[in-house]
Write a protein that binds this ligand. Sequence first.
Ligand code: ZN
Length: 447
Amino acid sequence: MKNTVSFFSSPVITDFSAKKFAFLQFAEIDEIEKIQTRLFLHHLKFTVNNSPFYKKLYKNKNIDLKKIKKLSDIEHLPLTEKSDLIPAKYFLCVDNREIVDVCLTSATSGPIPSMISLTSGDLSRLAYNEELAFDMAGIDDKDTLLICAAIDRCFMAGIAYFLGGVKLKARVLRSGSGSAAQHWELIKLADATVIVGVPSLIYKIGQHAIDNNETPGSTLVKKLIAIGEPTRDEHLNLLPIAVELEKMWGAKIYSTYASSEMATTFCECSARRGGHLRPELNITEILDNNGHPVKEGERGEVVVTPLGVTGMPLIRFKTGDISYLINEKCSCGRTTKRIAPILGRKNQMLKYKGTTIFPNAILACLEGDQRFHNGYIEVRKNKDGTDRILLFAALCSENNDKTWISDILRAKIRVVPEIKLIDKKKADKKVYQFDKKRKRMTFFDLR
Ligand SMILES: [Zn+2]
């Protein structure tokens, strides 16, 4: 029998299996800050005292924890990069016997995935995190959730959604990384009411049904929880793919933002105007290129400090994602700030005729358009140091007219890259590498 981590005996941190902090969603700002400060200081002390990585880092940088007293003091603490996480053993804060699950993160920023070790407390924290995220989207114990995210191969997302669904007492279908046909059959067989998955995959499932003369809208599916890809643009307008999905399924789409390292989900509420922050689980900062906090509402890199993690806690982890925070009152009654859609990856930012643009913003203008089948972006370096952006697009019909693509891009993002038409098979082969990666590959950086 494993010992309980002494951390939980602390009067400050709760076992997340109880919803002790759920009330914070609706609390006054002062109350949120007071509790978050306590959780932060506790997290800091626990992490720096137990993590070999942080112990050494803070000693080298002469950081005196006694001087860190309030939330804003976090600005004085060093940032952690994804590359720091290898080897992961230097981040372990508990004895190896306390580790019950090991997750691998997707290797989007390098060839080697990083490894995240979880205690039973971390798993119960994940379950609480996802239970409240589902609850935020109005999902309850009457729902049947089709989870189209792998639960095997050490992926965190699948197990987090599963645990959260179970904790919510919903009925959970572990459809995992099955084919579109398998997901579709299961939706009908078990009367799924919610699909949790990547938007492009939910589209493929619907398209499979339509190709077989069936109607996605005739199922009981009423909610789509979109993971991994954005559903809204920077102004919070639904992207064409999301509009198409809502029409296809006769369902509402809710976006979530999460990653294995942040171990926290920011899910949209009924208002669907950005994902609510989770103060009891995460300190979420937006920083500029120099590591300083941006002014309120400005865009920058999302930096997270996931609170209450005991296996491999992190302090100020740079996600590499670009977004901004929304501080307006939400119509759902929650008082927490919201995070806007992820605009792109910091290292994928493209320089084009004096402006910056993210590759996913280019594709998002076309995805969902009936004429557009699939595509991807390639970027190379011009001799003058600027970026040469190539859009490889496969169209649905044999018609080789691409002027409509330029027109749409010019109107929506004022950027028209070089456009090359390719056939559908070639595009699909390049973009859908589901057996190797969890996400679609739509950006190839050859700079
Ligand atoms: Zn809300």
